[in-house]
Design a protein around this ligand. Sequence first.
Ligand code: FE2
Ligand code: FE2
Length: 312
Amino acid sequence: MGWQLDYVSIRVSTLRGDQKIEFNAYVKINDKMILYLRRGDSFEGDRLKRLKEKKLRKMYILTDEEVSYRDYLQKNIETAYDNNSNKDMQTRAEVIQGAQQSNAEEVFENPENAEVYNYAKDAAGKYVSFIMSNAQAMQTVMKIENTDKNISHHGVTVATLSIALAAKLGLNDIKKSQLLTLGALLHDYGHHNSTLNLSQPLKSMSPADLATWKRHPKEGAERVQDKKHFDQAVLNIIAQHEETIDGQGPLGVKEKDQDPLAVIVSTANAVDRLITFEGVAQAEVAKKLMIDSVGEHPLQHLQFIGEIMKGN
Ligand SMILES: [Fe+2]
Ligand SMILES: [Fe+2]
């Protein structure tokens, strides 16, 4: 054992936007720290895309530079949420999408931590305002491709679609919108740390894979239901997000017995399952659901999804 520097891990999803970093970011390869991005660089555009393609979730910084990292994070997020800042929508959307993704990952890894949960909950409220008060926000977030088929990124996309769908349905209650968003963000907790290949249509899964898949909503909810800081609505969404209105979902719960927020997330989830995991083009997804999944989701939801995907 020789002399060693101290490193602390940081989330790649927090390194978004055009703000220059004031710390060096390292990747760990074969137990060695390799300098990947240096002080003065930023994580916008192509560089972000290449980084995501590497499916790298964590990077490292020197413990000495943790304060710089925290400052960077806070400044980045504050500017991105500020409707009066001069940042372009693309940059704002990248930072905010990354921050939401990071919040989901934090809760997935620290479900027992009330502070982490409440931070994500507060940020979910901010996300609703961001999407609702900026005309281009939804479309811009939806264009950030989930290249590594990340379950937290999927959570952000489902949250975004849920907000848009809830608005069409006339759900204006701030508290409910916040819980809807948080539940959507965390809905696939049951897939966290799972080895199941999600990029296969349910219809072509092996019986063993399908059985595993069917358990994920219940297992996700069971892992967190004893944590007092989890809201009941969020638990309901985790447990019921794969239910369909015809009662043919994994739990076989009929629509009248489902949490109305879970019904919304179920539709939004079906949309992004097709886009992210089954490679269906965004422009085709509403039509495909109308043909393949009519009867599983409220018809009005599917009609609204058609409008949302067209940007109306
Ligand atoms: Fe799911
Ligand atoms: Fe999902």
